[in-house]
Design a protein around this ligand. Structure first.
Ligand SMILES: Cc1cc2nc3c(=O)[nH]c(=O)nc-3n(C[C@H](O)[C@H](O)[C@H](O)COP(=O)(O)OP(=O)(O)OC[C@H]3O[C@@H](n4cnc5c(N)ncnc54)[C@H](O)[C@@H]3O)c2cc1C
Length: 529
């Protein structure tokens, strides 16, 4: 009768993980309040007439064993007789061991697939490896003149690095030289963030692209030459493998979160959809209740609890307190900036480009392609057939996701679906990838606040943190919940650690804020799993 309750804002990876962990490890009952009607937040998968589409393809990778084991308990790894496999994410790598008795994806639905990764940069109307490799092919495509300019500008940067290194532009130039930066990084990065690279903090580069430089690329090329470069996945020298693999649920990331939601309900938790949290009631430094509005009835309901978790954007959360935070704190939270995201699903019969294989007459093998072409707004292209063949209703068609990074104030955000589809089809046709007349069907998804930005007032974020951390029973977790560029695993780890803290009676939140900063640091120092 006196069961304690945790009220959780958001049914994304962080909110659902918190609910699941509470049910599995405590006697506390979780109630998840979700404003949309979907599970998974940004990691949802939308089913459009049997064609499934993500908000950006989501690879499942974590350096944390705890997260990897958690995922594979939910969706077991597909059967394979090839022995251990290396999976990679950016410059991180780990080995997993599929068993021959795992589920067969053709027969079972609850299954995590092991997929090959191929992603390239489309630039100068040509495909380049990603990350850029120093291959003969790259040099031929760049041409003698451009290659020479790249070499000279790199030497210049190596001899005279820009100091102090404060902006992302300086970060790139110091590692690659101005010419290489302009060719391969500038346009795509500026599309993602909507501001010039000289207005983005170098911290972003340090967090996301650390370890990548002309030297690491050169070393990689040399290693390939000396080791032969054909150690396939599961073979001894997986570090040198050319084939990268990753984990992906049979029906996309949303399948993972639907599965977790099912377990939560089965174990006695509650998930309310169409339920937007608008107000936080407090008593001193304790949160007492959340007020949420039902999107169908418009009625407001109060949810009292003992613990509270928030994955809502910090900017909105800080405005929801009954007792307004101090002026300086509001100034920082109001000034936080987000980047929004549109993805256009286009179903086509075939592409105008192929990769020389029999299937490649109409379909290339890439999972996604970075579009580094400044004459189009398109930022990235997903080919969902290659994420999982089960994402596509008719295997004779190609199911594409065209990604546009934007702000809600941009014209593009407010285009009608019809005009957005016309723009997307025209752009993809303009850069030579499809024939616009070939589009069979389409859908448009808009997702706000997909990228919490490390500019705006972010430099003063510690002021927000110091204020909210004083509410002992309130836990800010996840990506927008902490205004951190967190992937699913980091978002989940913050949820798991918040539950650890509740169990251990720890009220100091320092450990939570160190996820995705200290963790990476320690793992780089040699503790990697
Ligand atoms: C393009 C793109 C590609 C990505 N690729 C990868 C990848 O390959 N691998 C990976 O691991 N991660 C990837 N990520 C990151 C991943 O999407 C996030 O880390 C993860 O979804 C964050 O989980 P979360 O629960 O913190 O937040 P969210 O996913 O944002 O979920 C928050 C939930 O809270 C709800 N909510 C917000 N405010 C309220 C409110 N007031 N009341 C009620 N509900 C509310 C929202 O509707 C949402 O459902 C990618 C992200 C993007 C944008």
């Amino acid at each position: 009768m006196n069961q304690k309750r945790a009220i959780i804002i958001g049914a994304g990876p962080a909110g659902l993980t918190a609910a699941y962990e509470l049910l599995a490890r405590t006697g506390i009952k979780p109630i998840v309040l979700e404003k949309s009607d979907c599970m998974g937040g940004i990691s949802r998968t939308v089913d459009y007439k049997g064609n499934r589409i993500d908000i950006g393809g989501h690879r499942f990778f974590s350096k944390s064993d705890r997260v990897m084991e958690w995922w594979l308990r939910m969706l077991p790894l597909q059967a394979s007789e090839n022995g251990p496999a290396a999976i990679k994410y950016h410059r991180m790598e780990r080995t997993i061991a599929p068993s021959a008795s795992g589920p067969d994806p053709a027969a079972a639905d609850r299954v995590m697939l092991l997929r090959s990764r191929k992603s390239r940069i489309y630039c100068l109307r040509r495909f380049f490896d990603y990350p850029i490799s120093l291959s003969k092919d790259t040099l031929l495509k760049l041409g003698l003149r451009r290659t020479f300019k790249i070499g000279v500008s790199y030497i210049q940067s190596a001899l005279f690095p820009l100091k102090p290194e404060e902006t992302l532009e300086q970060f790139f130039i110091n590692r690659f030289g101005r010419e290489l930066f302009g060719t391969f990084f500038k346009s795509y990065t500026e599309k993602v963030w909507g501001v010039p690279c000289d207005r983005i903090s170098a911290e972003w580069g340090a967090q996301r692209i650390k370890g990548l430089s002309v030297w690491s690329t050169l070393l990689h090329a040399l290693r390939k030459v000396f080791k032969g470069g054909h150690g396939g996945i599961g073979q001894k020298h997986t570090q040198t493998s050319l084939i990268e693999q990753f984990l992906y649920p049979k029906f996309g990331p949303g399948q993972m979160w639907d599965e977790v939601a099912r377990h939560i309900i089965e174990k006695g938790g509650e998930i309310r959809t169409g339920c937007r949290v608008e107000r936080i009631s407090t008593d001193g430094w304790q949160v007492k209740a959340l007020e949420a509005a039902d999107s169908t009835t418009g009625r407001t309901e109060t949810f009292e609890g003992d613990y509270f978790f928030s994955t809502a954007p910090v900017r909105e959360l800080m405005r929801a307190f009954d007792v307004a935070p101090p002026q300086n704190v509001l100034q920082v939270s109001d000034g936080l900036i987000y980047r929004d995201f549109i993805t256009v699903g286009l179903l086509v019969r075939s592409l105008r480009i192929g990769d020389g294989t029999p299937r490649g007459k109409k379909l290339i093998g890439d999972n996604w392609i970075y579009i580094q072409e400044p004459d189009v707004l398109l930022g990235r292209l997903q080919i969902f057939n290659n994420w999982s063949p089960f994402m596509v209703a008719d295997p004779a068609t190609v199911w594409l996701g065209l990604e546009y990074f934007c702000n809600q104030s941009d014209e593009i955000w407010n285009l009608s679906d019809e005009r957005m589809v016309a723009l997307a089809s025209r752009e993809l046709s303009q850069i030579g990838i499809i024939d616009a007349a070939e589009v069979l069907d389409s859908t448009v998804l808009r997702m706000e606040k997909t990228y919490p930005a490390y500019f705006g007032t972010y430099g003063r974020f510690a002021e927000v943190r110091a204020h909210v951390d004083r509410y002992a029973n309130l836990f800010l977790i996840g990506r927008n919940g902490m205004h951190r560029y967190n992937n699913q695993d980091h978002s989940m780890l913050t949820a798991m650690m918040a539950v650890d803290d509740i169990i251990a009676g720890v009220t100091d939140k320092t450990g939570l804020w160190e996820v995705n900063t200290e963790l990476d640091y320690h793992e780089e120092k040699g503790k990697s799993t």
